[in-house]
Design a protein around this ligand. Structure first.
Ligand code: RRO
Length: 278
């Protein structure tokens, strides 16, 4: 049993936003799986087709994606109720868009994505501390909302400290560490591994585990005890889940491995984790 966001969950493992969670059919598949929560694809004010060309590629150690926020628009994700907890990931393209979307999310639990790396012309909010503060200030000024934030990976102590100081000012329910490592570039068969966004994309999969764990551990140390850490990144086995938990995560999310393995990944990881939990 895991307590998270006021829910009592049978397991600490759920899907990560972005992985097989864009359509109603995909969300239903997650509902029928052993994922303890359903997390939606990040949504915008209006539906988006996303970036053009091949936009996902993986191998044994990594994935790279440049989906470009392809989604059905927030009203679509706001239609659904499921037989298990549901988190709507929100990624408005501007603060104004986020305020409009969150205004319609009464009684929902939201993961505000401040870390999408794949929108041409838009930086990651998490790398602009002033902007991150302003987003959260204006949101909490207007809404009494059950919300967490999905963070970009940080690589420097000053980034962790500056970000945590801002996050600690707000009544966040959780902080998800981490989104993909932005702007990776991979070659496969002498060609760009993905075509979208000139080959640049967010890197996920097994190779990002050390960065996910460092961000979980640092944020657990720096954030108020009332804010849960959601560990995301690099999970392929139950042992990886356990590593996230002992680094400070309350629950974990699985992205690339869910894309590769399908919904059976959740039962496998739950079974493997149970050996470590004893
Ligand atoms: O849609 C994407 O390209 C995307 C998003 Br919004 C995100 O937050 N992280 C990612 O790796 N891809």
């Amino acid at each position: 049993m895991t307590m998270f966001c006021g829910w009592t969950l049978p397991t600490c493992i759920m899907n990560a936003s972005g992985a097989r969670c864009t359509s109603w059919e995909e969300l239903k598949t997650i509902e029928e799986s052993e994922s303890s929560v359903i997390v939606s694809k990040s949504c915008t004010l209006l539906p988006r087709e996303g970036n053009k060309g091949k936009r996902y590629w993986d191998n044994d150690i990594m994935s790279i994606n440049s989906t470009g926020l392809a989604n059905n628009g927030y009203s679509y994700y706001n239609l659904f109720n499921f037989n298990k907890p549901y988190i709507i990931s929100v990624a408005g393209l501007t603060l104004e868009d986020n305020l409009t979307i969150l205004g319609a999310m009464e009684n929902r639990v939201v993961e505000l994505n401040l870390s999408c790396p794949n929108i041409a012309g838009k930086g990651q909010v998490c790398y602009d501390m002033q902007m991150m503060d302003e987003y959260l200030r204006q949101i909490y000024e207007r809404f009494d909302i059950q919300m967490g934030v999905k963070m970009s990976p940080y690589f420097d102590n000053f980034q962790f400290e500056n970000a945590a100081e801002i996050l600690n000012k707000y009544p966040l329910k959780f902080v998800t560490c981490i989104n993909s490592l932005g702007n990776g570039y991979m070659i496969d068969n002498n060609q760009k591994a993905i075509e979208a966004n000139d080959g640049f994309g967010g890197v996920g999969g097994r190779c990002i585990l050390p960065f996910a764990l460092s961000n979980v551990y640092k944020m657990r140390k720096l954030l108020s005890s009332g804010i849960d850490i959601v560990g995301c990144g690099g999970i392929t086995t139950g042992e990886d889940v356990y590593k996230h938990l002992i680094s400070g995560a309350t629950v974990v999310q699985v992205g690339t491995q869910f894309v590769k393995e399908g919904p059976a990944v959740f039962s496998r990881l739950n079974q493997e984790l149970s050996i470590f939990l004893g």
